[in-house]
Design a protein. Structure first.
Length: 145
């Protein structure tokens, strides 16, 4: 006899495994903080390099196009402003990345919790089917008089 509930649960489990299962199980191996740090590392590196590139273009423009004299420039002021710019840029993108990573981690955890609850439902259905099959006299008619 085909159990439609069992088929529906197994279909949901198969769809999860096909789409999100492998990535979610791999990411669940990390603690939340480690997962977020790993996700943000590439972002921080690329934002830092991008900020340095922007500052380099700004300095070259100031020297060659605007015709600023290097000897008369306040180098300490330029370096201080550049470091503050990079720090603010990195802090902003770290905050955004942390918020996004935390949200992704909790969504992944919810999907894993739903997956585990579906497995428990499937196990209960199988236990019921096993109990029915192991009951004596199941499926046969006995005349008790």
């Amino acid at each position: 006899m085909v159990n439609e509930k069992k088929i529906a649960i197994m279909t949901k489990l198969a769809l999860y495994d096909k789409h999100d299962g492998l990535a979610d199980r791999a990411a669940s191996e990390y603690f939340r903080h480690d997962y977020i740090y790993k996700k943000n590392l590439g972002t921080r590196l690329s934002v830092g390099l991008g900020g340095i590139l922007i500052l380099l273009i700004y300095w070259l423009r100031t020297i060659f196009i605007d015709g600023a004299d290097i000897l008369e420039m306040d180098i300490v002021n330029y370096l201080t402003n550049s470091i503050l710019f990079l720090a603010a840029l990195l802090a902003l993108y770290s905050l955004i990345g942390t918020i996004q990573g935390t949200r992704q981690y909790y969504v992944m955890q919810k999907r894993l919790d739903r997956y585990n609850s579906l497995i428990k439902q499937l196990e209960k259905l199988e236990e019921r089917a096993d109990r029915k099959d192991s009951e004596p006299g199941y499926g046969t008619y006995t005349n008790r008089t």
